[in-house]
Design a protein around this ligand. Structure first.
Ligand code: NAP
Length: 311
């Protein structure tokens, strides 16, 4: 019996029939990342494949930035159905596919690749997956929220920002370590926020510097804080923001899902805020990827159960 390995390398993908030709059901989907060991997508997607009775498996692939383009180009000849892209490939990956769907083009980042004959088509399910996650966790729609988004210019952050814009959220405040990137994104999103829906002295769309006094003001004018940075993935990471800034009226959503409660969520619970981690976004973006590959509803209950069993 050939076991699926924890992860495969690019060299193994190049030599795929010798490495995995005997694996049954065959591996025809995977996640490309660097690092990739933390990814729960295999548990999620293999549960979905099994529940749907599809005779395929999904695996992890440790792929560096230089290897991404040639790795993607191997997918059609290896008869893969598609792939997911994770850190750090979402933005660069968008340049390596033959076609982008509309939302992915606007985001400029992809997390899902569909193999269509010899062509690769790029999609972004992070944005819609985030929207569904917020509804599931907090019973609210993005359009009714004032959103303070950290990591706005990363792959996940851009998808979330674009989703907020597309759904016409009340207010969107963009924060990014490299502030210029947040400013650039704000300029791109300006057309979505041209009407003056919010009452009061605050702009509907702003890029603000990552500074305590600016954040204090923004938090008073926000309903939800979203962490789309990679801070919180490693135990050694510094806190996203000083705990004293978190107010009880907030919802706090951390897209990090490697731990049930990141330091941000611990601080938010202590402050009396409502919290959720990124597991629900993982679930919904994965379900949307599945639907992209197979053009059928994803077995959400089986996927949710698989994630719950990894907690
Ligand atoms: P990415 O494209 O590499 O973006 C990383 C973002 O984090 C950028 O905004 C970057 O800012 C910022 N950042 C990195 N190190 C930082 C630090 N030390 N201090 C402050 N900001 C820092 O990565 P990604 O794919 O968007 O992933 C970002 C996060 O989203 C990760 O935590 C990932 O787990 C999470 N995520 C979750 C899901 C889910 O389904 N739950 C899906 C996708 C992503 P600069 O622009 O200045 O570099």
């Amino acid at each position: 019996m050939w076991q699926v390995k924890e992860s495969y390398t690019f060299a193994e993908l190049e030599n795929w029939s010798a490495v995995a030709g005997e694996v049954d059901p065959p591996i025809r989907l995977g996640v490309f990342g660097d690092p990739v060991a933390h990814s729960l997508s295999p548990q999620l997607q293999n549960a979905a494949l099994q529940s749907a009775g599809l005779q395929l498996q999904y695996a992890r692939f440790q792929i560096s930035e230089e290897e991404l383009q040639p790795a993607l180009r191997l997918l059609p000849q290896l008869k893969f159905a598609g792939a997911n892209l994770t850190i750090p490939h979402k933005i660069t990956g968008a340049a390596f596919v033959d076609e982008l769907d509309d939302f992915a083009r606007r985001v400029g980042a992809i997390n899902t690749v569909l193999v269509d004959g010899e062509q690769l088509i790029g999609f972004n399910t992070d944005g819609p997956g985030f929207s569904r996650a917020i509804r599931q966790e907090f019973w609210v729609d993005l359009r009714d929220l004032r959103v303070l988004l950290f990591g706005a210019a990363g792959g996940a952050g851009r998808a979330i920002a674009m989703q907020c814009a597309a759904e016409g959220c009340e207010r969107l405040v963009l924060v990014n370590r490299t502030h210029e990137k947040a400013q650039q994104l704000a300029a791109e999103l300006k057309p979505f926020f041209s009407d003056t829906r919010v009452t009061g002295p605050v702009a509907r769309l702003e890029a603000v510097p990552w500074e305590e006094h600016a954040l204090r003001f923004q938090i008073a004018n926000a309903d939800i804080i979203v962490n789309a940075t990679s801070l919180g993935m490693k135990r050694s990471d510094p806190p996203l923001l000083p705990a004293a800034l978190i107010a009880p009226h907030l919802m706090v959503y951390d897209t990090v899902y490697t731990r049930a409660r990141t330091p941000l969520l611990h601080a938010a619970v202590d402050a009396g805020a409502r919290v959720a981690n990124g597991t629900s976004m993982l679930l919904h973006q994965g379900a949307l990827s599945f639907e992209t590959w197979f053009d059928r509803d994803a077995p959400i209950a089986a996927m949710q159960a698989a994630l719950a069993s990894t907690a």
